[in-house]
Design a protein around this ligand. Structure first.
Ligand code: PMP
Length: 431
């Protein structure tokens, strides 16, 4: 890693922190710099090749540098850089999303997930005239002040009966006041949500949730949880927001809302939607999104829906519609999950896997399935760190918290290769 070491020295002079938080957080022994990616592979500046299951934190649903995406971005860019104004491609993209996503009657485009989440909050407040939001422990909704607070923040007073440790280091430097906007509850506990809404619904503008909790573990909603939230929101006039930044275009074309058959009022799409180009969308039912049209909610942004990024999203969706890789991604992902579980048993390692095929998590030290954020606190993070670092050094990249993303570019042979590499790493961890 000689060239990476040299780059790290240079980076420390000019980049705050010098290196991505991924390496700092999980104590990987090396800070690796990458030079390029192609399909399911990524290459570092010392010439090492990796089978990539990070997909740049998720967006690269088609793999790195998909030719149709690159070609469309180049072609549409030649039409001029049409930002901050209407253009034909924006309408085309909106029509596509409208046809694919159950809750998408009207929409607006933004640059990233964090911004679209903030827009959803404004819309929900304007619609309900209420101020607070109910959110869930361990869910991530972007890095901006108000939501960064509460990723696991204590909210002992939701019903006056819970004491919770604040174990997540995301809150450094944030103003205390932002905490007041949120009631934070454990995920997957419908009965508790019902009790809180019964008591406090007149304060609550919206419930925001990832339909699958992907940022701490990869925790599926319990049977009836999402539809239960839907019913409670209907009953109490609360807006239901699905944060589909990860699940959108990953579990299926219409997102998790299609997969689970539960339609929220508002939802956020980002990451995979644009194959890594900066585009996101807040989509929602007409009654909510009309407030933006009526000027009751301010939404603006110089760079929003520029035609190069719209081109990336249109091209991504075109390929997904043509190839329909979802059955394959679900199947390959499941095969990888089963292979990891089998090989871990052979190596006498207490590794568990959880999630859906297109994204899943590996963890150590807890044998029962994780069902909320607190369950993840008991997992063996040190061991996971050793596993992830070992995989990396053997040429397989996964996200530091044990999250694996499958792309349409991954092949059956690569899944087998990943299982073989993992087997070696798991056996080596015994020595
Ligand atoms: N919501 C979820 C569920 C996310 O996973 C993320 C990013 N990891 C965000 C919101 C924020 O999106 P962005 O990083 O594009 O601002």
């Amino acid at each position: 890693y000689k060239n990476s070491a040299i780059l790290l020295d240079r980076a420390k002079q000019v980049l705050a922190g010098g290196v991505s938080s991924e390496f700092r957080k999980y104590n990987h022994p090396h800070a690796i710099f990458y030079s390029h990616g192609k399909g399911s592979r990524i290459y570092d500046v010392d010439g090492n090749e990796y089978l990539d299951f990070t997909l740049s934190q998720g967006p690269l649903i088609l793999g790195h540098s998909h030719p149709h995406v690159l070609k469309s971005v180049a072609e549409y860019s030649e039409e001029g850089q049409l930002y901050a104004g209407q253009h034909i491609r924006e309408v085309e993209l909106a029509e596509k999303l409208n046809a694919l996503i159950p809750s998408a009657e009207l929409m607006r485009f933004c640059l990233d997930g964090s911004e679209a989440v903030q827009t959803a909050f404004r819309v929900a407040r304007a619609k309900t005239g209420r101020k607070k939001f109910l959110r869930f422990e361990g869910h991530y909704h972007g890095w901006l002040d108000n939501v960064a607070y509460g990723i696991s923040a204590p909210n002992a007073d939701a019903l006056g009966d819970r004491e919770q440790p604040n174990v997540f280091p995301w809150t450094a430097g944030l103003p205390d006041s932002s905490r007041d906007d949120f009631i934070v509850l454990p995920w997957n506990d419908l009965e508790l949500v019902g009790r809180v809404l019964e008591k406090r619904h007149e304060e609550i503008a919206a419930i925001i949730t990832e339909p699958i909790m992907c940022n701490n573990g990869c925790i599926l909603p319990k049977e009836g949880f999402l539809s239960g939230l839907r019913e409670l929101c209907n009953k109490y006039g609360v807006t239901l927001i699905f944060d589909e930044v990860i699940t959108g275009f990953r579990v299926g074309l219409g997102g998790a809302q299609s997969y689970y058959g539960v339609t929220p009022d508002l939802s956020i799409f980002a990451k995979a939607m644009g194959s890594g180009y900066p585009i996101s969308a807040i989509v929602g039912k007409r009654e909510w999104m009309e407030l933006v049209a009526a000027g009751k909610v301010i939404h603006a942004g110089t760079m929003n829906a520029g035609n190069p990024t719209v081109a990336a999203a249109l091209a991504t969706i075109e390929v997904l519609e043509q190839e329909m890789p979802y059955d394959r991604m679900h199947r390959l992902g499941r095969k990888l999950m089963q292979g990891l579980q089998r090989t871990a048993a052979e190596a006498a390692q207490d590794l568990s896997v959880q999630g859906l095929g297109p994204m899943f998590v590996t963890y150590f030290g807890v044998s029962q399935p994780l069902s909320d954020y607190r369950d993840t606190l008991g997992t063996n993070k040190a061991k996971l760190g050793r596993f992830v670092a070992g995989l990396h050094d053997a040429g397989v990249r996964v996200i530091g918290r044990g999250l694996w993303y499958i792309s349409a570019a991954h092949t059956e042979a690569e899944i087998n290769q990943a299982i073989e590499v993992a087997s070696r790493v798991l056996h080596d961890m015994n020595s």
